[in-house]
Ligand binder design. Structure first.
Ligand SMILES: [Zn+2]
Length: 190
């Protein structure tokens, strides 16, 4: 959806030159969920929005800062207002394919996010924000299950089993290890 202001400017200047980028930002922000940060839910507009080009998610400045700190191999961050050259038609088409924050979170990045997981949509404390974002994109904790990784015993069970992975840090060795967990009839197993 293009706003009335966007349509007015388009009718005056067409899709070329400087206003091409403005039009493209309108297209990205019009996708479901893109008026709010995809990580913390903060309200956005075209002047303060940021986005990750490779993750297909629109963000606020604080979450974008954490994305940037993770490195460009994980998230390629651009500003709507400052990086005017970044918003090409091709980039916009990619965002349209992804379908907006709502869809990409529900289908990919937060597909398995447990309802009890503390995240910056509830608490914007900086530590929670950073931990959540790193778990979400660096560790890929909430992605939909990879069929190749599902334990064959779980597949044979006659009822639905929730399973996932948890990271432990040993206080002695200071090393992280990953362990699989499963919930069967409200009981928690390792
Ligand atoms: Zn945010």
């Amino acid at each position: 959806m293009i706003s009335t202001e966007g349509k007015r400017i388009l009718s005056q200047f067409g899709k070329n030159g400087f206003f091409c980028f403005f039009y493209n930002i309108e297209r990205i922000m019009g996708l479901p969920g893109n008026m709010c940060c995809g990580d913390c839910g903060e309200k956005l507009n075209k002047d303060i929005g940021w986005a990750s080009l490779n993750l297909g998610i629109v963000l606020c400045i604080k979450c974008a800062g954490i994305h940037r700190a993770m490195g460009t191999h994980i998230s390629k961050i651009r500003s709507f207002r400052l990086d005017t050259n970044a918003w090409t038609d091709e980039v916009v088409r990619t965002f349209e394919k992804v379908g907006g924050n709502e869809k990409v979170n529900a289908r990919v990045w937060e597909a398995l996010l447990p309802s009890y997981w503390i995240n910056p949509k509830w608490d914007k404390c900086e530590r929670i924000r950073e931990h959540f974002i790193r778990m979400k994109y660096q560790k890929k904790m909430f992605l939909p299950p990879d069929p190749a990784k599902i334990n064959p015993c779980v597949c044979k069970m006659p009822f639905q089993v929730l399973q996932g992975y948890v990271d432990w840090k040993s206080t002695d060795s200071k090393k992280w290890t990953t362990q699989q967990w499963a919930v069967l009839h409200s009981r928690f197993f390792f």
